[in-house]
Design a binder for this molecule. Structure first.
Ligand SMILES: [Zn+2]
Length: 425
């Protein structure tokens, strides 16, 4: 299924800004550099990388990213204030997102200003930034709750003042994909200014809304790795990429095979564990247990997998548990070098299911061999005895039974040792 998109899609990844804005998340300088490098290596061409107006420390971290000379546009977040934009310039930045609240709720209750003030401030900020020859994205904070006629007026002002694009922010994540599509399509018709869709996940629709915005004509999409971000987070980079590829038939210019590696890097740096069932990058999303599914996957993975796990750097697991069937059991026995015909398979399957129910978890290989009545040393050359009661949590692939997070393999100076949470610096 191929769906038409108006433009070549640009990923404006904001893991280093909106992602770090997640309550309690701090990236060290080394972590920021490692994340930026990997994002660019996989093909992301724009990184929103910080808020220089926060002060000297943040400016130095942004400067460190600028100094890497990465082949990507580095953009910073700024209020519509000349002092904020100047702080970005001082950090070596040549592209700015100028953010301004555009909903009446924010204008009245947060800023305590008027629509007229917003319009004037927008002109002043864009005017200054363009005088400095900066690339300018105008960020419409809370655009999804703004008056649509006022929003159109602001887009026209942004265009007239020379802005390069407008970021439509569903700041509170309150839109659905249908409304997102209508809103973006309407703005595209009304004002000839490139649009970015910036979706939040409060109702679990960030990825869907990001796709809807792109389908409606937005050229840019804000994402974060693992969907990190304020409250319930942003649209996840890995989900948007794979949804474009497999739900929309579009091939984004992203090396998907390193998405899990990227996810693990950001998970470690942010100290936010990625659930095993997280779409696209969860380590166990390609686990199959039920008899029907396992049988189908053994015949051909296409039967029960929408894409090959290797596409994102994951593995497939066939799990023996309460719902397992004959085929999965036979395959596992064969993999362990045991002859299935030498067992009463019906009886063995019953015991497998009973054991899984008793322990409320899948069976590891050692437990299976114990149920088979085979000595552990016959299967496991290391001589490890099967655990009593089979309580060890492991999948059929015993080499993958390590607890998350596993040791981090990137070797970068300043990065904390494996399994040691990064401290503030
Ligand atoms: Zn945001």
């Amino acid at each position: 299924m191929t769906q038409r998109f108006e433009h070549e899609i640009v990923f404006g990844d904001t893991t280093l800004r909106d992602g770090e804005q997640t309550a309690g998340v701090v990236f060290t300088r080394a972590e920021k550099i490692a994340i930026a490098r990997l994002l660019v290596e996989i093909g992301v061409t724009e990184l929103e990388c910080g808020i220089p107006a926060m002060g000297r420390d943040e400016q130095e971290r942004v400067r460190a990213l600028v100094d890497l000379g990465l082949p990507a546009r580095l953009i910073t977040w700024n209020r519509a204030l000349i002092s904020d934009i100047q702080a970005s310039i001082d950090a070596g930045i040549r592209a700015v997102d100028i953010s301004l609240s555009v909903s009446d709720i924010h204008i009245a209750l947060k800023l305590r200003k008027s629509r007229a003030w917003i319009k004037e401030q927008l002109k002043v900020a864009i005017g200054f930034a363009k005088q400095q020859n900066l690339y300018v994205s105008v960020g419409g904070e809370d655009a999804s709750r703004a008056d649509q006629a006022f929003l159109r007026e602001l887009l026209q002002i942004a265009k007239n003042e020379g802005a390069d694009r407008f970021r439509y922010c569903d700041t509170l994540g309150v839109l659905d994909p249908f409304t997102t599509f209508e809103r973006i399509a309407t703005l595209r018709r009304q004002v000839d200014l490139p649009l970015e869709i910036h979706a939040h996940n409060d109702l679990g629709m960030a990825t869907a809304n990001a796709l809807a915005g792109l389908r409606a004509g937005a050229q840019f999409v804000s994402t974060t790795v693992n969907g990190l971000g304020e409250r319930a987070g942003n649209a996840a980079l890995e989900e948007v990429v794979m949804a474009l590829k497999h739900a929309c038939g579009v091939e984004p210019s992203i090396d998907t095979s390193r998405l899990v590696e990227l996810s693990e890097l950001v998970s470690h740096a942010s100290k936010r564990l990625v659930p095993e069932w997280k779409p696209v990058v969860g380590r166990r999303v390609f686990s199959h247990e039920s008899g029907l599914h396992t049988d189908g996957v053994l015949k051909n993975p296409l039967n029960y997998e929408g894409f090959d796990p290797a596409e994102v750097g994951l593995q497939r697991y066939l799990v023996l548990g309460k719902h397992s069937g004959r085929h999965g059991l036979i395959q596992r026995l064969e993999q362990l070098g045991l002859d299935p015909s030498s067992f009463n398979l019906e009886k063995l399957l019953l015991r497998v299911r009973q054991e899984a129910q008793r322990c409320k978890q899948p069976l590891d290989d050692q437990t299976l061999t114990r149920l088979c009545g085979v000595a552990g040393s016959q299967i496991f050359p290391s001589g490890e005895a099967p655990p009593a009661g089979g309580m060890a949590y492991a999948f059929s692939c015993s080499s993958c039974s390590d607890a998350f997070p596993r040791d981090y393999k990137h070797d970068i100076s300043g990065f904390p040792a494996a399994k040691t949470p990064p401290g503030p610096n």
